[in-house]
Design a protein around this ligand. Structure first.
Ligand SMILES: [Zn+2]
Length: 485
C-alpha cells in the first residue's frame, strides 16, 4: 500500500515536472517580413511563424486602429491570405492596404499576432505574441502646374513645368494611354532651387485623337495617386496621302538584303518577294519600333541639347511626317503604312550630322531602318537617322551638334539614297518640324524654363503667347519644295 502511494506520488511529481517544464517551452517564433516601411492604398503583410513540424494550435492576426480590431487571419478563416509551409515554417501573406481593407484610416496601426503550439498531446499550449506598429499614409501626392500656355499640334511635342510632392513620387504627363515621365527641373537648367520642380516633355501622337485627355499624374510607392489638369490647346493636323509603287527591281534589291540580316523574321517562302516585303513592312517594322521604344527608357535624366535642332544641310524633303502611304504592286494596293519621319535627300553618301548635342543610344543594323543611329538628347527626347551606308559612331559616345554620325545610303527599306530622320519622344515618333524651329524651341521650351527659374509671377498675356505660337506655325521654307510622288 505504501509502495503504491509512493508510486502514485512519484507519478504526480513526474507529471507536475513535465507540466511545469512544458510551461517554460518556447512558443512559435513569429517574424515580420513585410511591410518594411509604411503602407497606403496598397501594402502587403508577410509573416513567418515557426514551430516544430509547423504544428500550430492557434494563429491569429489582427489589426488594431483607434480602438477597433480587424481580423486579418486565423486558422479557421484565412481571410484571403496566401499560406505556404516550408519545413517548420508557415508563411502567411495578404494585402493590407486601403484597397483591401476599406476601413483603414490614415495614421498608426498595430498588427498583433498570437500563436500557440500544442504540448503534452495537446494538454498544454506554448504561446507567443508579437506586434508591429505600421504607419498608414493615404494622402495622395500633390501636383501644381508652374508653366503657362501649352499648345500641341497633333503629331507634335510640348513641355510642362510642374511641382510634385513628396519628391520621391513618380510623376509625369499622361496623354491617353501614353505616359511621359517628369524629370527634376535642375536637369533642364532651371536655376530655382526647388527639389519638387519637374519638367516633362510629352506628345500628342499622330494617331491619337485631338480630344485625347492630357493631364499630370503622380503616384507614390504605396499606391496613392493624384491627377491634375493644366491648360492646353490642341491643333488638328491632316496628314498627306502618298503612293509608293513597288516594282520587281526594288523588291529584288531590298528584300534579300533585309532578310539576310533579320534572323528574327521567319518566312515560309523567302523567294516570294512581295509576300516577304509585306512581312518586313509590318512584322519587322513593329519589332524595330519596339526596340526603339525600349531605348527611350534609358534616356538621360537631363537635357543634353541646346537651341533648335538642325535639319540635314542642303536637303530636299521627299516624304513628310505621318504620310499615309499606300503601296501598289502591279496596279494593286498591297499595303498601307504610316511614314513616321522625314525623308531628306541630298547627294549620294552625304555626311549625316547630329541634329543636336547628346549621346549615342544606338548605332547598328535595325531592320527596316537599315544602318541606324539614335541619339539620346535626354528627358525622353531622341533623334533617329536611318538607311545609312556607313556608321561613324559607337553606342554610348557623347556627340555634339553637327558631328558626323555616318553617311547616307539606301540600307533597309529604302528606295534610294536618302536620310530618314525623325524625332522621338518616349520612343514614339514625333514631327521634327517643331524641333527644327528656333521660334518653337524658344516659345514652347526656353520661355517656360526661363520663367520657371524666376519666382512665380504673372507676366505673359494669353494673346501674346498665342501670337508667338501662330507665327512659329507658319510653313517653314522647305514646305514650298515640290514633293516627290
Ligand atoms: Zn523614310
Amino acid at each position: 500500500m505504501a509502495k503504491l502511494i509512493a508510486l502514485l506520488a512519484a507519478l504526480v511529481v513526474a507529471a507536475g515536472v513535465a507540466w511545469s517544464v512544458a510551461g517554460r517551452a518556447p512558443g512559435p517564433k513569429i517574424s515580420f517580413i513585410e511591410p518594411t516601411g509604411h503602407i497606403g492604398q496598397t501594402g502587403e503583410l508577410h509573416l513567418s511563424v515557426a514551430a516544430p513540424g509547423a504544428k500550430l494550435s492557434r494563429l491569429e492576426v489582427v489589426l488594431e486602429q483607434a480602438g477597433k480590431q480587424l481580423a486579418l487571419f486565423d486558422l479557421d478563416n484565412f481571410g484571403g491570405a496566401r499560406v505556404a509551409q516550408d519545413n517548420d515554417r508557415v508563411q502567411i501573406s495578404r494585402a493590407i492596404g486601403k484597397k483591401a481593407l476599406s476601413q483603414l484610416e490614415e495614421g498608426q496601426v498595430r498588427v498583433r499576432v498570437m500563436a500557440a503550439r500544442p504540448l503534452l498531446f495537446g494538454l498544454r499550449q506554448a504561446e507567443a505574441t508579437a506586434s508591429r506598429e505600421i504607419n498608414v499614409v493615404l494622402t495622395p501626392p500633390r501636383l501644381s502646374v508652374e508653366s503657362k500656355f501649352h499648345f500641341i499640334n497633333r503629331g507634335g511635342s510640348e513641355m510642362v513645368v510642374y511641382r510634385v510632392s513628396p519628391q520621391d513620387a513618380v510623376s509625369g504627363v499622361r496623354v491617353g494611354d501614353q505616359e511621359y515621365p517628369g524629370y527634376p527641373a535642375a536637369g533642364a537648367h532651371v536655376s530655382r532651387a526647388d527639389p519638387g520642380l519637374r519638367v516633362a516633355f510629352f506628345a500628342l501622337l499622330w494617331n491619337q485623337s485631338v480630344d485625347t485627355p492630357i493631364e499630370l499624374y503622380a503616384h507614390d510607392d504605396v499606391g496613392n495617386e493624384a491627377r491634375a489638369a493644366f491648360d492646353y490647346r490642341v491643333f488638328p493636323k491632316t496628314f498627306r496621302d502618298s503612293r509608293i509603287v513597288l516594282d520587281d527591281r526594288f523588291l529584288a534589291r531590298v528584300v534579300p538584303s533585309i532578310l539576310q540580316k533579320s534572323a528574327e523574321l521567319t518566312l515560309e517562302n523567302p523567294s516570294d518577294f512581295v509576300g516577304s516585303f509585306l512581312r518586313i513592312n509590318s512584322d519587322l517594322r513593329h519589332a524595330n519600333n519596339e526596340t526603339i521604344r525600349k531605348l527611350a527608357r534609358a534616356s538621360a535624366p537631363k537635357m543634353l541639347w541646346d537651341g533648335p535642332f538642325k535639319q540635314l544641310v542642303n536637303t530636299a524633303v521627299e516624304g513628310g511626317f505621318a504620310d499615309q502611304r499606300t503601296y501598289v504592286y502591279q496596279g494593286e494596293v498591297v499595303d498601307h503604312q504610316v511614314h513616321l519621319g522625314f525623308d531628306l535627300a541630298s547627294v549620294t553618301n552625304a555626311s549625316v550630322q547630329a541634329a543636336n548635342h547628346g549621346r549615342i543610344a544606338y548605332a547598328g543594323w535595325l531592320g527596316i531602318y537599315g544602318n541606324c543611329v539614335i541619339v539620346d538628347h535626354g528627358m525622353g527626347l531622341q533623334s533617329l537617322y536611318a538607311h545609312l551606308s556607313s556608321i561613324a559612331v559607337r553606342a554610348g559616345a557623347p556627340v555634339s551638334l553637327g558631328q558626323v554620325l555616318g553617311y547616307t545610303g539606301a540600307t533597309g527599306l529604302a528606295g534610294g539614297d536618302h536620310l530618314h530622320f525623325t524625332m522621338l519622344l518616349g520612343g514614339n515618333p514625333v514631327t521634327p518640324v517643331d524641333w527644327w524651329s528656333g521660334k518653337w524651341v524658344q516659345d514652347r521650351i526656353a520661355r517656360k524654363l526661363h520663367e520657371a527659374s524666376q519666382e512665380p509671377r504673372d507676366t505673359l498675356a494669353w494673346e501674346t503667347s498665342e501670337r508667338v505660337y501662330q507665327l512659329s506655325q507658319r510653313d517653314p521654307p522647305w514646305r514650298q519644295l515640290t514633293q516627290n510622288p
